[in-house]
Each structure stands twice: as C-alpha cells, then as structure tokens.
Design a protein around this ligand. Structure first.
Ligand SMILES: [Zn+2]
Ligand SMILES: [Zn+2]
Ligand SMILES: [Zn+2]
Length: 284
C-alpha cells in the first residue's frame, strides 16, 4: 500500500516559475561556457513552464520534459488543469508525468488546448488512447478545445492571447492582471490590446542576438515599452544570458526569471457566462 503524503497548493494569484530555460535547457549538454558551468542556481534552467494558483486549485501551463522534477521540487501534486501554449517538444514531452495526477484530483486531468495541439498529443502519446490500457498506466486526459475566446476556469477568467512564434500561431494566457507569453516573435494588434494594464507580464526573451521565432532582448524591451506592465519577468532564456549580469542590464521593473521564483498578482473572478465549446473524455 503506497502512502501519498501531504502536498501544497498555490494560493490564488501565486505564480511559480517551474522552468525558465530555452528548448535545450541550461546547462546545455557538453557546454563548458561560464553560464553552463556557473555555481549560481539561477543559471540552471529547466524547460519552460509555470504553475498558477487559481481560487479553486493549481494549474500548469505546459508539461516540459522535466515536469516531474519541477513538481517534486515545488511540492505540487493536485494539478486541476493543464493549459498548452503549443506542442513543441520542450513544452509537451513531460505529459506522461501527469499519470499520477488523477490520484490526487480523483478525475482525469482537464487539458485546455487548440485542435492542432490535441492532434499532436494524440499522435505523440498514442498509447494513452488505446483500448484496454492498464489503469494508472497511461495519462488520463479530458480535452477541452479552446481558441481565443476567454473562458472560465476554477473560478477565474482566462483570456487566451494569440502569439506569432515565427510561422506558428500559438497561445499565451492572461489571468486577471498577469499574462504569460512565451515562445513569441510578434504580437497581432488584437493581442496587444489584450495585454494592456498588466501588473505582471511574463515574456519570452531568448538571447541578445535576433532569432527567427523568439524575441531577442531588444525586441522584448520594445514590447515592454509599448505595453508598460508594472513588472516584467523574462523567460525561455538561453545559456548566453548570465543571470546576475543580465539582471544588471535591465531597466527597473524588468527581471530575468529563474527556476523556483515565486510571485503574486491579482486574478479576475470568473464571469460564469462562458463555457468552452467541446469536452471530450479520453485515456485510461
Ligand atoms: Zn519553447
Ligand atoms: Zn553554455
Ligand atoms: Zn516553441
């Protein structure tokens, strides 16, 4: 008989950076650069994800490859839903670690994503959708298809934000006065309108040099100047950005995030008038 011990939830408005690294992670395999060999734990970056505390439970944005290590590190287990930004491997391939979550929430894991992300999940994790899978042996997921219409989740209003990740259309999310926008190169005008009056903006910032699918430092600072959030935390950082040195180069109110950083913000109560269009029970 296994014993599943007590675990913490996040309080409403609490956000934890589970991972803040680019797709390779930092340190990079085989790299001996000063950042990859740094003793500062803020220079050790797992792949990108945040956990967000909502009034009725904690959610994840994305399931990166180090998800198990991230949740164990933060003492989080009762994950009430997962929202996906997109289906790139660095944001998706920890999904199998969700297998244990139904033991804590006593239901399949609600997964909010666009149709193309659901199709990728069904292909990459096909074993989760086969007949007669052993109970507990595969992720049990309940898909909720979303587009860019706002929806209610765990007593909070969530607004998806269309982001251009180079050629790919992906999603960011706004919860009250906080928004999470990783893996973005440009913002459609209507998305900029959804990002006004923010307390906290969490923003992609890969490196100083330009990149075809991610914001560079200068491009991120230009967006921050335009939107003027009260605070901004930069994420999806590569090994060319040394935490302390980079922090010293940034304007007031803008900081590099790091794995384990916890911040607080205000949430917008649910409106009660919006249900996602379709629910589909799968897996298990
Ligand atoms: Zn990424
Ligand atoms: Zn390196
Ligand atoms: Zn990506």
């Amino acid at each position: 008989m296994t014993t599943l011990g007590s675990h913490r939830s996040l309080s409403p408005g609490e956000i934890v950076f589970l991972g803040t690294g680019t797709s390779h992670g930092v340190p990079l395999i085989g790299c001996q650069c000063p950042v990859c060999t740094s003793d500062d734990p803020r220079n050790r970056r797992t792949r990108c994800s945040v956990a967000v505390g909502l009034p009725e439970g904690t959610i994840l944005i994305d399931t990166p490859p180090e998800l198990r290590l991230q949740l164990v590190r933060e003492g989080l287990a009762d994950i009430r839903a997962v929202l996906y930004t997109h289906a790139h491997a660095d944001h998706l391939f920890g999904l199998d670690d969700l297998r244990i979550i139904p033991r804590y929430i006593h239901s399949p894991v609600p997964v909010y994503c666009e149709v193309n992300v659901q199709a990728r999940i069904r292909k990459a994790f096909d074993y989760a959708f086969e007949e007669n899978s052993p109970a507990g042996g595969v992720p049990q997921l309940e898909f909720v298809t979303i587009q860019t219409e706002p929806f209610d989740l765990l007593c909070t209003r969530v607004t998806p934000i269309r982001l251009k990740h180079g050629p790919w259309d992906i999603l960011g999310y706004r919860f009250g006065d906080a928004a999470y926008c990783t893996d973005v190169k440009s913002f459609p005008p209507e998305s900029l309108d959804r990002l006004r009056d923010l307390d906290v903006l969490i923003l992609d910032c890969l490196r100083h040099e330009p990149h075809p699918t991610h914001l560079s430092v200068d491009e991120a600072l230009a967006i921050i100047n335009l939107l003027r959030p009260r605070r901004c935390y930069l994420t999806h950082l590569c090994h060319r950005l040394e935490h302390a040195a980079f922090a010293g180069q940034l304007p007031d109110g803008v900081e590099p995030a790091y794995d384990g950083l916890r911040i607080r913000t205000e949430l917008t109560p649910a409106s009660g008038d919006s249900r996602p269009a379709s629910r589909l029970l799968t897996g298990g």
